[in-house]
Design a protein around this ligand. Structure first.
Ligand SMILES: CC(C)(COP(=O)(O)OP(=O)(O)OC[C@H]1O[C@@H](n2cnc3c(N)ncnc32)[C@H](O)[C@@H]1OP(=O)(O)O)[C@@H](O)C(=O)NCCC(=O)NCCS
Length: 209
């Protein structure tokens, strides 16, 4: 009761302070989103060491030690307590348990109740709708449970697959920032997508009709 009074008061101030713990495991029709486990090294490394996965990201294909470090971080990414905290979901096939992708929810601003989503999947599993299917419950969680007001997605303007996922999720293309970042030895343009909580709610209500 005290906690909900507090979150109401804070949300009136335009904040969504508090501790938001990922409700893992989350099941969808074909997938399960769960917390990372120490055994996930091989599957995670297969994703983050892949050239195609890194093409439009800030990162280069990771070596063994970099993946060890990344997994270590992901093991702890199960709750949002403050800005810049992330929730990392290992996305696995329900049928086999195989880890095929990663979903991320990052707390961008407490004051503006904004979060960012991001995703990467092993190229062997692209084009099957997995990124879209697994982002849905994470966005639901972000709006309904964490009290975010706005969710954003940012991508390299050449990343058509990522843009398509965000559009399928209902995010709006809001800006193209021309040559705004120096990445991997060249100027790159970023596209910004966003959706508001009220828009997400309306779209979810429509889906249920
Ligand atoms: C972006 C990514 C996660 C998409 O994963 P996915 O599981 O294949 O996504 P989905 O199957 O849900 O949807 C992909 C959509 O992009 C479309 N697409 C794929 N490649 C495309 C291209 N080159 N041009 C246009 N559309 C493309 C697919 O046809 C599909 O749309 P559709 O359902 O209308 O046919 C995956 O490509 C990936 O891991 N990329 C590398 C990491 C990355 O860039 N992450 C995003 C960071 S912003």
């Amino acid at each position: 009761m005290v906690a909900s009074m507090r979150s109401l008061r804070l949300s009136g101030l335009g904040q969504n302070a508090g501790v938001h713990t990922a409700p893992f495991p989350i099941q969808t029709e074909r997938l399960v989103l769960r917390a990372y486990m120490p055994d996930d090294f091989d599957a995670l490394h297969a994703i983050v060491s892949h050239v195609d996965v890194n093409r439009f990201l800030y990162t280069e294909p990771r070596g063994h030690d970099e993946t060890v470090e990344l997994l270590q971080r992901k093991l702890g990414n199960t709750e949002l307590i403050d800005e810049d905290d992330q929730i990392s979901a290992a996305v696995c096939l329900r049928e086999t348990g195989e880890l095929v992708g990663d979903q991320m929810l990052r707390w961008v601003s407490v004051e503006h109740r904004t979060a960012e989503i991001g995703f990467m999947f092993h190229p062997g599993h692209h084009g099957r709708g997995y990124a879209t299917e697994s982002a849905l419950p994470l966005i639901d969680f972000a709006f309904a449970d964490c009290g975010f007001h706005r969710i954003i997605g940012r991508l390299d303007h050449r990343n058509f697959a990522s843009a398509r996922v965000l559009e399928k999720l209902g995010l709006r293309r809001e800006a193209v920032q021309i040559d705004n970042e120096w990445v991997k030895g060249e100027w790159q343009s970023e596209i910004d997508y966003a959706i508001l909580e009220r828009e997400w709610r309306a779209q979810r209500d429509l889906r249920q009709v």
